[in-house]
Design a protein. Sequence first.
Length: 261
Amino acid sequence: MNILEKIVADKRKEVDLKKSLITLPQLEASVMMERTSVSLAEVLRKSNSGIIAEHKRRSPSKSVINHDLSVQDVAKGYTDAGVCGISVLTDGKYFGGSLDDLVLARASTNIPLLRKEFIIDEYQIVEAKAYGADVILLIAAILSKDEIKNLSELAKGMGLDVLLEVHNEEELEKSLMPSLDMLGVNNRNLKSFEVDLDISKTLSKKIPDDFLKVSESGISSVEAIRELKEFDYQGFLIGENFMKTDNPGKSAEEFITKIIS
């Protein structure tokens, strides 16, 4: 099995366990279910920077990135820096995240929060809403067309934005549907973890204008952002570039200042 297949196999076991511990009615009783979500897509459309900053402790490709900072401090720092939204990793085994991180981030900021997760089940979407997310990520590489449709329609029905992630033309073609708000192109191959920004440039021509375009992974320079804007990208998801520093918020602020200056 490649790394993506391992993650998904483990995720299925994890979701089955969670369902036995916390039932859907218990999740649906969360006070967060009544909260009106903030649309990340709308914020990105009005932004000059388009930065979605990530809280990420580690990854299968880079091992430890930053274990020293609290998610509250990172979320506050990113908010003060003027990012459009914050991506919060909630996978524990491979990325060192948790749903508690989502709760703590939510308590620290009012800007849109993306639950960055390997979503394979409707339960995880209810979870995302119950723990304070505004946006969910769906990954085309691990879902069928019908699964993308069902999961995205459920999320939209709950008032959540949907970011659908693709890596190639085949994934893109099966994913185009009206229940998506944003199409994200992952420059990192999730099977090999190799990164190539040209993937975003190539696929941009194939994405209809109805969808807001987001480029994800491997973006580390202002020059890269400017290049990608030429291909009509309005959102840029950046994790390691900020998280590998001692002060992610300050790094994000300096980065955004260069983009908009």
